[in-house]
Design a protein. Structure first.
Length: 132
């Protein structure tokens, strides 16, 4: 799913709250507070949290370390959304508890694909500054 709103177009408050939610979720997952077998077997990185302008919705981009069982990890997070929303609401002092939506972060895969394309000998030849 493409990210429609870039960090440059978000307000400072939205970015700050997104970072607070990201830190809270990272802390919850790293301490193993979610009692789920799939999450217990995987280290999960919260790469980014995008907040809606009214701060009522948060899109959470996640990536399991080593990329193992990405779909299973996202499904486990979605299963435990109610618990995670309660914990985030308790840790991040907001007027409303943000609704969390978990998505797999595809930016690393896209970056790897672009890097592979740039390393292709045909493309490297075109990028060579000497012009040979």
């Amino acid at each position: 799913m493409p990210r429609t709103e870039s960090p440059e177009t978000q307000s400072i408050r939205t970015l700050r709250v997104g970072e607070q939610v990201r830190h809270a979720l990272s802390d919850i997952l790293s301490r193993g507070e979610v009692h789920d077998d799939v999450l217990a077997r995987h280290m999960v990185s919260i790469t980014e949290v995008r907040m809606s302008p009214d701060l009522r919705h948060a899109t959470v981009f996640v990536k399991p370390l080593l990329g193992d069982e990405e779909e299973a990890v996202v499904k486990a997070l979605r299963t435990n959304t109610a618990y995670l929303q309660r914990e985030v609401a308790r840790r991040v002092n907001l007027k409303y508890a943000a609704k969390l939506k978990f998505l797999a972060d595809e930016s690393f895969d896209e970056g790897s694909r672009i890097d592979m394309l740039l390393r292709d000998p045909k493309v490297a030849r075109d990028l060579d500054p000497s012009g040979d």
